[in-house]
Design a protein around this ligand. Structure first.
Ligand SMILES: Cc1ncc(COP(=O)(O)O)c(C=O)c1O
Length: 468
C-alpha cells in the first residue's frame, strides 16, 4: 500500500478574500482558457511549464499605441525594443505591424537583419558597442545613437575608412523630476556635457547629427516626466539648430511606458494605475509639434518595450509539492521559478489557479523548483488549497522574461503562440541535454575511460570494507 502524505495541522482564520472590481473575492479568479484555448489541453499536449503568447494581444496593443500617437502627431515611428523580447515570432509580429527595430547588442542587430529589417530601420543603442558592430551598423545605414565621446572617436575613424559622412544620433540624459535619474547613459544636459558632445560631433565634420535620443527610465507611472523630457529635448534641439544649424530627422523619446503588471511596492494592481497610451501621448506630442516648423517635423520615435508585450505573455506552471512552513504558512513549490520568472524580483504577477479547488483561501508563499534560497516568486498570495499536479497561470509574463531567463538547474521550456485563428504553434522548442552541451568541449584527456572507472570502483569497494 502506498504511504499517505501528511500535512501538519494548523489553526487558521477562515478567509474568503477581499472583493475585487468584479465583486468576486480576489484569489478566486481562475484561468481556464487563453484566447479560447484550454490550458489543461495545452499542458496535456506540450507539458509544463509552458510559455504562451497571444498574437492578437500583441497586434491589438501595437495598434493602440500607434493610434494614440498618430492621432496627435503626424510622423510617428515605433521601434520595437528587442531586449524586451527577441523571440523571432514576437519581433516578426511587431515588424508586420510596422515597427522598426531598436537593438542594444550585436546579436539583436543580427536577429533583426535575419528577419529582413534593413539597416536604416534599425536603431542601435546601448553603452557598449564593439568596434566591429559599429562598422557594420555604419555601413548598413543604421541609426547609431552614440552614448559617449569614445564612440564619436571610433565612428569618425570609421567614417574616414569608408569615405563618407555617417549620420548619427546622440543619447542625452536629464533631470525630469524622476528620482533616481537615469544618468549613466548618454551625455548629461544640465551639466553642459550634452552641448559639449554635440559641439565636438559637429566640429569634427565626419559625423552628421540627425537624431536626439533619451530613455528616462522604465515602468513610468507618471506621464508628466515625459512632458519634462519632451520640453528639455526640444529646448536642446532648438539650441542645436541656432548654434550649429542641426536639423533633426528623428526625435527619439525612448521607451518606459508601464504595462498592466503590479510592482511589488504598489498597493493597487497597475490596472488601476498605469496611464493609457493616450495619456502619455497627450503629454509628449503637443510639445514636439509646437517646437518645430510644421514642414520640418522630425519623426517621433517610440522605443516601447514592456507596455507592448507584457500582457500578451503567460506562463503555465504546475504545483510540484505543497508543504507547511514552521511559521504555519502554506507553501507551494512550482515547476517554474525565478529561472523563468525573472521579473518576479520586482513584480507581483497574477497567479491564477486553473482547476476549481473551492472557495477557502489561505495565505501562501510560492517557491520555484531551484535548490536555492532566492527562488521565491511570491512571498504572499491568497490561494485555494492547491496540491501536487494542480496548475497556475502566471500573467503578465511577456516582457523581459524570455530574454533574461536562465538555464540554471532547469532547462528552458517550450514557447507557443496562439494565432489569431486559435491555432497553437511552437515558436521555441523546449531545451534538452544536447542543446545544453552543444557548445561544450570535454578535452580528451578528461574523458573517463574504462580502466579509470574500474579503479574508481575498486577504491570505493576498498573504502567500504575498511569501514566495516
Ligand atoms: C534605450 C532603451 N529603449 C527602450 C527600452 C524599452 O523600455 P521599456 O520596456 O520600459 O518600454 C529600454 C529598456 O530599458 C532601453 O534601454
Amino acid at each position: 500500500m502506498s504511504k499517505m502524505s501528511y500535512e501538519r495541522p494548523a489553526m487558521l482564520r477562515h478567509v474568503v478574500g477581499m472583493m475585487n472590481e468584479m465583486g468576486m473575492p480576489s484569489g478566486l479568479n481562475r484561468c481556464v482558457n487563453i484566447d479560447g484555448v484550454s490550458v489543461e489541453g495545452l499542458i496535456k499536449e506540450l507539458g509544463s511549464p509552458l510559455i504562451v503568447f497571444s498574437e492578437s494581444a500583441i497586434r491589438k496593443k501595437h495598434a493602440e499605441l500607434k493610434r494614440a500617437f498618430e492621432l496627435r502627431y503626424p510622423k510617428v515611428q515605433i521601434a520595437w525594443s528587442y531586449k524586451t523580447n527577441y523571440l523571432q515570432a514576437i519581433c516578426a509580429i511587431m515588424h508586420q505591424e510596422g515597427s522598426w527595430a531598436e537593438v542594444v547588442s550585436e546579436h539583436e542587430y543580427e536577429i533583426a537583419r535575419r528577419l529582413g529589417i534593413e539597416g536604416s530601420k534599425i536603431i542601435y543603442n546601448g553603452p557598449y558597442k564593439p568596434e566591429q558592430s559599429l562598422l557594420t551598423a555604419a555601413k548598413e545605414g543604421a541609426i547609431i545613437n552614440i552614448d559617449s565621446l569614445s564612440e564619436v572617436y571610433f565612428l569618425e575613424k570609421i567614417a574616414a575608412a569608408i569615405g563618407r559622412q555617417i549620420e548619427i544620433g546622440m543619447r542625452i540624459n536629464m533631470d525630469t523630476g524622476m528620482y533616481p535619474a537615469w544618468d549613466r547613459f548618454g551625455s548629461n544636459l544640465e551639466s553642459g556635457q550634452a552641448y559639449e558632445t554635440a559641439k565636438r560631433i559637429v566640429s569634427g565634420g565626419r559625423l552628421k547629427l540627425v537624431s536626439l535620443h533619451a530613455h528616462i527610465g522604465t515602468f513610468i507611472l507618471e506621464p508628466k516626466f515625459y512632458l519634462q523630457e519632451a520640453m528639455s529635448m526640444c529646448a536642446f534641439a532648438s539650441r542645436l539648430k541656432d548654434e550649429f544649424a542641426v536639423t533633426l530627422k528623428y526625435f527619439d523619446i525612448g521607451g518606459g511606458f508601464a504595462s498592466r503588471n503590479r510592482l511589488k511596492s504598489s498597493y493597487l494592481p497597475t490596472n488601476y494605475m498605469a496611464p493609457s497610451f493616450d495619456a502619455y501621448a497627450e503629454h509628449i506630442c503637443k510639445i514636439v509639434l509646437e517646437a518645430f516648423p510644421h514642414d520640418k517635423l522630425p519623426t517621433l520615435i517610440l522605443e516601447t518595450g514592456r507596455a507592448l508585450v507584457d500582457e500578451a505573455g503567460y506562463l503555465i506552471t504546475t504545483v510540484g509539492a505543497a508543504k507547511r512552513l514552521p511559521s504555519g504558512v502554506r507553501a507551494l513549490i512550482l515547476d517554474a521559478g525565478v529561472n523563468l520568472m525573472v521579473t518576479s524580483f520586482w513584480y507581483d504577477m497574477e497567479m491564477l489557479p486553473v482547476q476549481d479547488r473551492g472557495s477557502f483561501l489561505e495565505d501562501h508563499v510560492i517557491y520555484g523548483p531551484l535548490c536555492m534560497q532566492i527562488d521565491v516568486v511570491r512571498d504572499y498570495i491568497k490561494l485555494p488549497p492547491l496540491d501536487r499536479g494542480d496548475n497556475l497561470v502566471v500573467r503578465p509574463f511577456g516582457a523581459y522574461n524570455t530574454s533574461q531567463w536562465t538555464q540554471f538547474i532547469r532547462m528552458r521550456p517550450p514557447v507557443v503562440m496562439i494565432g489569431e485563428n486559435g491555432e497553437v504553434e511552437v515558436i521555441r522548442k523546449g531545451e534538452d541535454i544536447s542543446y545544453l552541451q552543444e557548445k561544450e568541449v570535454l578535452p580528451e584527456r578528461l574523458r573517463i575511460h574504462d580502466e579509470q572507472m574500474k579503479k574508481i570502483k575498486k577504491n570505493g569497494e576498498k573504502g567500504e570494507k575498511e569501514k566495516k
